[in-house]
Design a protein around this ligand. Structure first.
Ligand SMILES: [Ca+2]
Ligand SMILES: [Ca+2]
Ligand SMILES: [Ca+2]
Ligand SMILES: [Ca+2]
Length: 471
């Protein structure tokens, strides 16, 4: 039976009308939800692609930084002399929309939370392949693990005989998973992680992100990794003080053991009379000898300190000729640059020790440029101790590492790469490249804050500009 219009009860119309409405509503709702979902996804995608783009820009900035560093090292007039860097060359260097920083180290013994910028001299560190067990022990003592030194020596020495407290195959084969002792040279510093007894804590210390400054998580005790003592200072691990790259070449220098070339050099610098006096003094000084160092295999003078002490030259004279002098026509590995090495490294050198290291660093800090040669070391330590340290020392460097931090457009796309540049034989070559992006922010809290402020300011400006454009 049909009913009149207007007299319908809610339940008695055609049952499909209400359902259709509900279905339409649901479909509309679904479409709106889909539209919102896709809008959000596209927004995310856009942000992600902006991030990727900024990352690419940062990677290109790192390549630009590599060229920049090669140029800086090639620009150096005197091979082996550290380039005098100004802030514009290593701090916030613009590359298009991107920019980069070269993370360096300060000369101060105590490191706080302010980053230093520049190149890091690999000759300021102890060389894992040439340092004696005693020198390594002094260094590992610093991190309260002297026993690790023996395991380091066993790792690199060719034999299978374990030293006292050392470790060879039997120890490594008991590990899970087992592996063999290398019995060959270190090829990288990170290889230390394979050496028995070297833990991550010993290797990296409090400086978990390897930037040489105290970050918040490195001064909060055990609240967040790494473990630290919360004393407001950074206690770095072994990594900070060791290298496998330090080397210097006798290429294009005058070998002091070649008397003829030496005579020519001295005559050109000091005139015939003074040159003859020096040559006579050298001849009277008797045969060279002295303690063995990295260059001890060559005949004649084995190091330039020994040469200086026997030559009777004044400090100024030695400063003047030092850049051209060498004791070998080949390559010497592991010499420590007394002008750039931190106190902890100098203290490992025989003849210098803890007190000598402190005196050398104090002398260095107190003068603008004592660095022309090794002569100033004699002034600080005296002849005997200087002679003892001589086989290990140099006053020039040919190998530097550049720790490059880069940001792309709008300070996004953080990247960090560490590269080792070797200029010991002419044009600088990259000998090692390591991506450190995974270690996280390395520029410290202040720069992060400054960048955030800049970003906010840009956003405000953008807002003002866009509102001014509206009708
Ligand atoms: Ca061995
Ligand atoms: Ca740090
Ligand atoms: Ca911590
Ligand atoms: Ca600390």
């Amino acid at each position: 039976m049909k009913t009149k219009r207007g007299a319908l009860n809610p339940g008695d119309g055609p049952p499909c009308c209400g359902s259709v409405l509900i279905i339409v509503l649901w479909i509309a709702f679904g479409l709106v939800a889909l539209a919102l979902y896709f809008a959000a996804a596209m927004g995310l995608e856009l942000r992600a692609s902006e991030q990727r783009f900024a990352g690419l820009q940062a990677e290109l900035a790192i390549q630009a930084a590599a060229v920049h560093v090669s140029n800086l090292l090639a620009r150096v007039e005197q091979p082996g002399w550290p380039p005098e860097l100004v802030a514009q060359e290593c701090e916030d260097v613009a590359v298009g929309e991107a920019r980069f920083w070269l993370m360096g180290r300060t000369d101060l013994a105590v490191w706080g939370d302010v980053p230093a910028f520049g190149l890091v001299d690999e000759a300021s560190k102890l060389n894992l392949n040439t340092a004696t067990r005693q020198m390594l022990e002094r260094l590992t003592n610093l991190i309260a693990a002297p026993e690790v030194a023996a395991a380091i020596v066993d790792w690199r020495d060719p034999d299978g005989e374990a030293q006292m407290n050392g470790a060879e195959d039997p120890v490594y084969l008991r590990l899970n998973p087992p592996y063999r002792c290398k019995n060959a040279r270190f090829e990288s510093v990170d290889e230390l992680r394979l050496v028995y007894g070297v833990t991550v804590d010993l290797l990296y210390g409090e400086d978990a992100n390897l930037n040489g400054i105290l970050d918040a998580n490195e001064n909060d005790g055990d609240a967040t990794p790494p473990r630290d003592n919360r004393d407001g200072q950074l206690q770095p691990g072994l990594w900070e003080y060791v290298t496998v790259y330090s080397r210097e070449s006798g290429l294009a220098r005058t070998n002091v053991n070649d008397r003829q070339s030496l005579a020519l050099l001295l005559q050109s610098q000091f005139g015939n009379d003074r040159a003859n006096q020096i040559l006579l003094q050298l001849a009277m000084g008797g045969g060279p000898g002295g303690p063995g160092g990295p260059g001890a295999a060559t005949a004649g003078f084995t190091n330039l300190m020994e040469f200086y002490l026997r030559s009777g030259m004044t400090a100024e004279e030695f400063d003047q000729v030092y850049p051209w002098l060498t004791t070998t026509n080949g390559v010497v590995e592991g010499l420590i640059n007394v002008n750039t090495a931190p106190e902890a490294v100098l203290a490992c050198v025989p003849g210098i020790d803890v007190d000598g290291a402190a005196a050398l660093v104090a002398y260095r800090l107190g003068r603008q440029n004592p660095r022309a040669s090794l002569a100033w070391v004699v002034e600080v330590l005296g002849r005997e101790r200087a002679a003892q340290a001589g086989p290990w020392l140099t006053a020039r460097s040919s190998v530097y590492s550049a720790d490059v931090v880069a940001l792309g457009r709008q300070d996004r796309g953080y990247r960090r790469v560490r590269m080792v540049f070797d200029a010991s034989e002419g044009a600088p070559a990259i000998r090692y490249r390591q991506d450190l992006t995974h270690l996280g922010w390395a520029l410290g809290a202040r720069i992060r804050q400054a960048l955030e402020e800049q970003r906010e300011q840009r956003a405000r400006l953008e807002f003002v500009r866009s509102s001014a454009g509206r009708p």
